[in-house]
Ligand binder design. Structure first.
Ligand code: BDR
Ligand code: CA
Length: 310
């Protein structure tokens, strides 16, 4: 039976890659809804992109719920210098043929989780954790229905990508991330220690263009833009494909290496830094399955084989 999931995202180039992979995997994943949040670009743009992607794939049956326009406490930070003003790099999506649902994403999360069986819904946040953090504050009882939270976020040994020590999603809303980390449900955190090993190399860009499919063309245009921006930093290694690692993990966890850890998100000082304690020092209790390795060639083959099904 397909695993029910809710994707909470800020599309965003790599969020789109994650969404496409999930849409292409109905045998394993049932997408109950897509929530959007301010992150890479303003939330209205994220919502338009999610709806455009569903229009592009003919899956307008999946409901989209617009969420928070800013983090809980901090001023919003965007990443349009990387993802472009539209959030889509050099790609264009069709104008959406449907609207977002009128319900707010936080209300959708609360209503859906409240009416679900215990440990039945998997949440997949690939943006700042504002929606889920607020939902857990407003309705702590919803935690019971969460089977697992598979998050793209965090950085430890690699250092950060927005400050020396912080990854973007954790930095954008550290207070929400802190709430989520302590919710008591199983959390898998896929941070930069893993995702920076998953690059869109020249060879993989060629695999995308050789596939000659509408989804691989779209992803090529998106990632090509990020590669151009990051060229001097990443060179032939290409940009990292962060967010699709979450869906890859759900489809094939054996392609990832993970360790049990206690993870705390710093809200002050090194804002957004994930302090990862794999030795469980002092009173620390494990709260996270910390992913720090992956099999990049096999993961890329898996994602490519999925998105060319659409
Ligand atoms: C994360 O930040 C965003 O820019 C990406 O979409 C990804 O979710 C990587 O740090
Ligand atoms: Ca994202």
């Amino acid at each position: 039976m397909a695993r029910p999931i809710i994707i909470d995202c800020d599309p965003g180039v790599d969020d789109c890659f994650a969404l496409l992979t999930a849409l292409a995997s109905p045998e394993e994943l049932e997408i109950k809804g897509i929530c959007t949040v301010a992150g890479n670009v303003p939330v209205e743009t994220c919502t338009k992109n999610a709806l455009g992607l569903l229009t592009f794939t003919g899956r307008t049956d999946i409901p989209v719920y617009q969420g928070c326009p800013r983090p809980i406490q901090e001023a919003p930070v965007f990443a349009s210098h990387i993802h472009g003003e539209t959030g889509l790099g050099a790609a264009r999506l069709p104008e959406p043929v449907v609207d977002a649902r009128p319900e707010h994403a936080v209300a959708f999360l609360i209503d859906t989780l409240r009416s679900a069986s215990p440990a039945s819904i998997t949440l997949v946040p690939t943006g700042p954790l504002t929606n889920l953090g607020l939902a857990l504050v407003e309705a702590p009882d919803i935690a019971e229905a969460i089977a697992e939270i598979v998050i793209m976020g965090g950085a430890f040994e690699t250092g950060g990508n927005i400050t020396e020590t912080a990854e973007f999603n954790m930095y954008a809303d550290p207070h929400a991330a802190d709430i989520v980390m302590s919710c008591g449900r199983p959390i898998t955190l896929i941070g930069l220690d893993a995702t920076l090993k998953f690059r869109c190399t020249v060879e993989r860009m060629k695999m995308l263009s050789d596939a000659r499919h509408k989804t691989t063309d779209l992803i090529s245009e998106m990632i090509g833009h990020v590669n151009d921006i990051y060229g001097e930093i990443y060179g032939e290694d290409g940009a990292a494909m962060h967010d699709p690692c979450t869906i890859g993990y759900l489809l094939a966890p054996h392609l990832f290496e993970a360790r049990t850890a206690h993870v705390r998100v710093e809200t002050e000082g090194r804002r957004g830094h994930t302090a990862v304690d794999v030795h469980l020092l002092g009173d620390a209790k494990p709260n996270v399955n910390w992913v720090d390795g992956l099999d990049a060639p096999r993961l890329f083959e898996l994602l490519l084989s999925r998105i060319t099904r659409l």
